[in-house]
Write a protein that binds this ligand. Structure first.
Ligand code: HEC
Length: 134
């Protein structure tokens, strides 16, 4: 009896801490959400979806909502907004994604993803599409 109360205690502490973190108005995700909202006021996700085909992204990536032959040269791009890091290294936010899309080798000279020559507007349209994916 006493023993089972003791073993349950750490779980409830974890639950309470998790809910406190979720309610913190100055939490780390706030800046990212504002930047995402700002991006979505100027960039067009449907234009981004078209660019993903036109710029050949589907040669290497599976992208939800875009019909193309399946390729796993790069990682599938679903669930990107839930990821903690872009390309396994840089904290994930829209600025980092735009920068990555414009010139991956500038951020990591060893990456297999090439610079496909996007303008910053094109990179923003594509990022807008990617962050609206489930
Ligand atoms: C020649 C193949 C190739 C092409 C073309 C390509 N990528 Fe990539 N991409 C990769 C590879 C490989 C990675 C993994 C890179 C790494 O981790 O260093 C990657 C990584 C990424 C990431 C980070 C994914 C993650 O899970 O962190 C995004 C976002 C991305 N690519 C989007 C695009 C978009 C959008 C285009 C078109 C503009 C594109 N890629 C074109 C191969 C490619």
């Amino acid at each position: 009896m006493h023993r089972s109360t003791f073993t349950l205690y750490p779980c409830s502490v974890v639950v309470v801490l998790a809910s406190l973190a979720g309610c913190d108005p100055s939490g780390p995700s706030q800046g990212g959400e504002k930047a995402t909202a700002d991006l979505l006021t100027r960039a067009d996700p449907s234009r981004g979806r078209t660019l993903i085909v036109e710029k050949g992204c589907v040669a290497c990536h599976v992208v939800p909502g875009v019909r193309a032959p399946v390729s796993f040269v790069g990682p599938p791009l679903d669930g990107l907004r839930q990821q903690a890091y872009v390309a396994g290294r840089w904290p994930n936010n829209v600025e980092t994604l735009v920068r990555w899309l414009q010139d991956p080798p500038a951020m990591n000279p060893e990456t297999a993803m090439p610079n496909v020559g996007l303008t910053s507007e094109e990179a923003e349209h594509i990022t807008a599409y990617l962050v609206t994916l489930p």
